[in-house]
Design a protein around this ligand. Structure first.
Ligand code: FAD
Length: 561
């Protein structure tokens, strides 16, 4: 068992407060997770602190694609497309259970920005920059074939479509599985630990003051190097530093997604299309029993901790979608959930939002605080490499310190995340089939078992074994499985609250919100028993969850367009 149990949090914190680490990472999104893994792989002592739950920020609210970003070609950001495009294969191999290859259809219409020539050139460049293998090159489809490929498409003025490969991912679990792998390799990671101040030695940052939100205690932790990887919160954390950076580094753009049951928009494959309203590009992506649609891109200056979809944004997506798929018209009442995320973009004077580069930047303050901002989920490995290289360079500059690393090269391209310890595709398929058969024994549907495997990969058997413990005690097989997942989450994935489990570990708030109530009570009871929470603590956690449960549908109370 890896040392990543919610029951042992205070032990990990006590240990950390007694030992100075080489690198302390602030922020448990994909950026921080990537740095943690790269750091520990090279031989550094590394720790990560997250103020809420892992991936509770932007990293659970993306479009869930590992992609080169076709739209960045339009902005001539070839470097971003090339690097992230090349990363797709590496992330696919390293997180095999979480990343799914899928063909994406890009239709074009008379009067639209895209036509057969522009689409063909753009997709060719995309394939070329991303070094896509020959058998996965794009295809250009004539109108008739495009219609057959996606029968729900609006046929009026349709000219044809491009078909190309994209990679879907569970962003939240990718972040978590990277953190789990780092912890397995010797790193420490803690959720609900907020950095509230910095500690200095000779005018250089040498540590942090941390508030543990679960027991309200504060701790002082020390490190040779401290990295601010807090995405939308980058400027706020940098402001805690004594040498406050006066210039603004990060501005925020909000993007929302809406979720509808798959039967309401039963697409044959993911779609990438131009909105009739403003010619922005939008995705519609089938996912299990649902289809999600997004995203938007609007300036945001409100509460960073609670971004929400507005009625206007929801209406924009509905209208865009209904124009493209008139045979499956959607209304407000079809929406089962939403999410809203904040893109941390590097501010450049005079540039509009959509022109701002998605490239990441690393900057160091005079006190030595290293901050990284910008970037994409897809590029997390390369971002981590740049941060770790900066740290190695800094270590080398300090005469009295030698670089305490074993490897100067990043090893993350060969480092599978937790749950993806497959040696070959054959092994992956074999375990997949085996887990499906175990599911039959557990009396759950094959479909449920497939979803489980997509979440836990090589750790699925452990979850099933924990669920089997409830045979004879709990009659509903689905509840037995969820109880197994919850125990696994508490013991191996630092699940501390019911929100951690229902939102981040299993994604039920977004994909399955209407079914949450069914098992809510027994799951809360199990959590309270396992972590010895008293009724007041549990009431607080349930109230927090209920707020999040309501928040995804608050747009319904607003006036629409
Ligand atoms: P976050 O995930 O926000 O993590 C920062 C963390 O820092 C948070 O968890 C926060 O709680 C924590 N924190 C803040 N302050 C403190 C503190 N004082 N102490 C401790 N912890 C703190 N990229 C792709 O590659 N593919 C996509 O399909 C895609 N789609 C997107 C769609 C949308 C709508 C958006 C908004 C972004 C999308 N992106 C996509 C971009 C990608 O999601 C982000 O670049 C990425 O998730 C940012 O991760 P991060 O770790 O930097 O930030």
């Amino acid at each position: 068992m890896i040392p990543f149990s919610a029951g042992d949090r205070s032990t990990y914190l006590d240990k950390l407060s007694r030992q100075r680490v080489h690198i302390l990472v602030i922020g448990g999104g994909i950026t921080g997770a990537g740095i943690l893994l790269d750091g520990v792989n090279r031989g550094f002592d590394v720790a990560l602190l997250e103020k809420k739950d892992f991936a509770s920020g932007t990293s659970s609210r993306s479009t869930k694609l590992i992609h080169g970003g076709l739209r960045y070609l339009k902005q001539l950001q070839f470097g971003v497309v090339k690097e992230t495009g090349a990363e797709r294969k590496i992330v696919y191999n390293n997180a095999r259970h979480l990343v799914k290859k899928s063909k994406m259809l890009l239709p074009f219409y008379k009067g639209g920005t895209l036509g057969p020539v522009t689409t063909s050139i753009a997709l060719w460049m995309y394939d070329w920059l991303a070094k896509v293998s020959n058998n996965e090159h794009k295809l250009m489809l004539k109108k008739q074939t495009a219609r057959k490929t996606e029968p729900l498409l609006n046929e009026d003025k349709l000219k044809g479509a491009g078909l190309y490969y994209e990679y879907k991912v569970d962003d939240t679990r990718l972040t978590l599985e990277i953190i789990k792998k780092s912890v397995e390799s010797g790193a420490t990671a803690l959720n609900y630990t907020e950095v509230i101040d910095f500690i200095y030695e000779m005018d250089k940052v040498a540590g942090v003051k941390v508030l543990d939100h679960l027991n309200q205690q504060t701790y002082e932790l020390y490190a040779d190097h401290i990295v601010n990887a807090t995405g939308p919160w980058t400027d706020g954390v940098a402001q805690l530093d004594a040498q406050k950076n006066s210039s603004k580094k990060v501005i925020l753009s909000k993007g929302i997604h809406i979720v509808v049951p798959f039967r309401k928009l039963p697409l044959k494959q993911p779609m990438y299309f131009e909105s009739i309203l403003d010619k922005r590009m939008i995705f519609a992506i089938p996912h299990d029993d649902y289809t999600y649609i997004g995203t938007t891109d609007t300036p945001y200056e409100e509460d960073k901790d609670h971004p929400q979809a507005t009625g206007k944004e929801v209406e924009y997506l509905l209208q865009s979608c209904n124009h493209l798929f008139p045979k499956a018209p959607l209304t407000d009442s079809d929406i089962s959930s939403t999410w809203a995320g904040l893109r941390p973009l590097i501010y450049k004077p005079g540039k509009s939002f959509s022109e701002l580069s998605r490239k990441d930047e690393v900057f160091i303050s005079q006190t030595g605080l290293i901050s990284i901002a910008g970037g994409k989920l897809t590029g997390y490995r390369k971002m981590a490499e740049r941060v770790i290289q900066t740290i190695i360079d800094e270590f080398k500059k300090t005469e009295h310190k030698s670089v305490p690393v074993l490897h100067e090269e990043a090893l993350t391209d060969l480092s599978n995340v937790s749950g993806s310890e497959f040696k070959s595709e054959e092994e992956f398929q074999k375990l997949y089939s085996y887990c499906i058969s175990l599911g039959r024994h557990l009396e759950v549907e094959d479909k449920t078992m497939r979803k489980l495997f997509d979440m836990y990969g090589t750790n699925t058997e452990q979850v099933i074994a924990l669920a089997e413990n409830y045979r004879g005690k709990v009659s509903d097989p689905e509840l037995r499985l969820q109880m197994g997942q919850l125990i696994y989450g508490i013991q191996q994935e630092m699940v501390c609250t019911i929100s951690d489990f229902l939102i981040r570990r299993t994604g039920q708030l977004y994909f399955g919100r209407e079914k949450i109530k069914k098992y809510f009570e027994p799951l809360c009871q199990l959590l309270a028993t396992e972590l010895k929470y008293n009724p007041t603590q549990m009431a607080g956690m349930i109230a927090d969850f209920e707020k999040e449960f309501e928040a995804v549908m608050l747009w319904k109370n607003e006036k629409t367009l």
